[in-house]
Structures are given as C-alpha cells and as structure tokens.
Design a protein around this ligand. Structure first.
Ligand code: PSU
Ligand code: MN
Length: 307
C-alpha cells in the first residue's frame, strides 16, 4: 500500500495554496451533527462567505472514498447536510473510515489532522470540544484538545462549548503548552456567551501580531497549534444565566439516561437548544459566521507575513 494518506483538494483550494494565498479549513461535523437541516446547509455557505469576506479561501473538510476531501463543493455540502446517518469522525476514527473507503464528517480534531496533511495552517470553528463537566470521574476530554498539541494548525474559535468545564479546559491547554490568545477581549469566551468567567492569558488586539505569535510558536519548534479566540458579537450572545440553567438540566437528563462518550456533546447541545426555544442554535449559527470572518482575517495576516 502507498504510505501517504490520499488528500484531494478542490481546484480553488489547490490553486490558492500553490499561490500562497490564505486558506481556512472548516469542519463538517457541525453540518451533520451540530445543526439541523436546512439550517446546516445555509450556515455552511454563510460560514464560507464569511471566510472570503475576511480575505481567505474556505476549505470545508470531509472524508469520502478513502480520501480526505479538502474544499467540499456546494453539492457535497448539500449531501452531507441532508443525508442521515453520516458518522462523526474524530481523530481515532479517521484511519478506519479512510481504510474502509467509507465517508464521514470531521470534528475539530480530525479536521486538524486533515488540515495539516493538506498544507493549511489555519482552521476555524465556533466552539472547541474540551474537558467535560465531571471529567474527574468520567475522564471525558475531547480529542480536540489533544489533537491541538499534535497538529501544526492555528485554531480561531469562540472559545470552547459552554456545556463543558471551561476552567478545566483552560487548565488543560496550559498544561499541554498550547498558547491561548484572545483577540480584542480580556476573557476566554464561552461560545454562546462573551465570557466564560476565565481570564485569557493573552489579549492581543492586532491581527498582524497574532500572526507573528503563530509563526513564532512554530519557529520555536512546537509541534502543536495555537488557540485564537474571538467572542460572539453582543447582539448574538445568549444570556449566560439562562444558558447555565438549561445546561444544568441537560447534564442531569444525560446522566439519568446514561448518555456518555461520543454522542454526549450532540445530546447536550440539542437539549440546551430545546430548553431555550431554539435560541442557542440560533446563536451557534451566528457565532460560526462571525468567527469565520475573524478566522479569514487572521489567516490573511499570516499569509502576508509569509509573503
Ligand atoms: N458543534 C455542535 N455539535 C457538535 C460539534 C460541534 O453543535 O457535536 C462537534 C465538533 O465537531 C467538535 C466535537 O469537534 O463536537 C467535539 O466532540 P467531543 O466532545 O465528542 O470530542
Ligand atoms: Mn468525549
């Protein structure tokens, strides 16, 4: 067998990379598992448009036919958005799905693997996976965090999902030597909410300086990524007391029903959305879009630095 993992770039992404233009990788699990049809297709296109507005080329990633696909077409996105049963593929699942030649939607973790293989140093999503509440006993820590220590890809996001233990998530990133930079804000954001109540170790207001930090991290020989956070816009944010109450109920329900493991994140996100009358999914979509524009701008700043 060949030793390389097949990576198929779309023509636009291949040309952009060849010419040194900025590209931002995007996950597909948010399309299949994060949002419901038809919001998922609609949002995926709005996210891609926001990356372009920020000055970069979007590259939504999935796995199909034994290859990593980098730059899903409009038809690919529509298929993934509308066909049921497409599995969530995290880092541990990636070799199985690739070797079988089946298809799957990439999480943050597996998208980072894919982005590095594809030669794309920037990735963007709304909320990282992280250390789950109760991880002291369940040991449920998202592979997103571990993959961040292994792939040389910078991640622009609105912090980590609010259903998590964000204090422990920050501790974990610190322990694992992953720099966290907060763009134009003092706090680590909580996805739907502007602040997690945890102060960010570094606030930087200037995109060019953030790009230099990313370049310096890699120049210093680090094998992993950098987390760049940007908070939700005030008009998109959800009231944190309301979200917390819904999260508390969702966690209790998940425990009663014995939901653990790979399906937990989706279960909690949907339960919180139901409890808030759809407001958190609406905020999720808005945050995906606003974050993507910042991602596009930071990746563009990095490309200017390398030019
Ligand atoms: N957004 C959602 N629901 C999700 C995810 C994002 O609304 O399920 C995904 C992301 O792809 C992220 C993953 O990488 O959840 C983390 O899952 P886990 O906690 O199982 O590692
Ligand atoms: Mn998990």
């Amino acid at each position: 067998m060949s030793t390389a993992v097949p990576v198929v770039h779309s023509e636009e992404v291949r040309e952009a990379l060849h010419e040194g233009r900025p590209v931002v990788a995007l996950e597909s699990n948010v399309i299949t598992h994060g949002l419901k049809y038809p919001h998922n297709t609609e949002t995926a296109h709005q996210v891609e448009a926001a990356v372009r507005k920020g000055g970069s080329v979007p590259a939504t990633i999935c796995v199909e036919g034994g290859a990593i696909r980098v730059g899903m077409t409009e038809q690919d996105i529509e298929r993934f958005a509308s066909e049921p049963g497409i599995p969530k593929v995290s880092s541990r699942d990636l070799p199985v799905v690739l070797a079988r030649g089946s298809r799957g939607a990439t999480t943050v973790a597996s998208s980072l693997v894919a982005a590095e293989l594809a030669g794309i140093p920037f990735f963007c999503s709304a909320g990282l996976g992280g250390v789950h509440r109760g991880a002291e006993t369940t040991m449920d820590i998202s592979s997103d965090l571990i993959q961040l220590t292994r792939s040389k890809v910078a991640v622009v996001c609105a912090g980590a999902k609010m259903i998590l233990d964000l204090k422990l998530t920050m501790e974990y990133l610190e322990t694992q030597c992953v720099p966290v930079i907060s763009y134009q804000s003092d706090d680590f954001p909580a996805f739907y909410c502007a602040s997690s109540g945890v102060r960010s170790p570094h606030r930087i207001d200037d995109e060019d300086l953030i790009a230099r930090v990313v370049g310096t991290h890699w120049a210093a020989g680090h094998p992993g990524g950098v987390v760049v956070t940007t908070p939700p816009r005030a008009e998109d944010a959800v009231d944190s007391a309301e979200a917390e109450a819904a999260i508390g109920d969702a966690l209790a329900r998940a425990e009663r029903e014995g939901v653990t493991g790979q399906g937990l994140t989706k279960y909690l996100m949907h339960a919180v959305d139901q409890a808030t009358g759809g407001r958190t999914a609406q905020a999720n979509r808005a945050v995906l879009i606003s974050t993507a524009e910042v991602g596009g701008r930071v990746a563009a700043a990095y490309a200017r630095l390398r030019a």
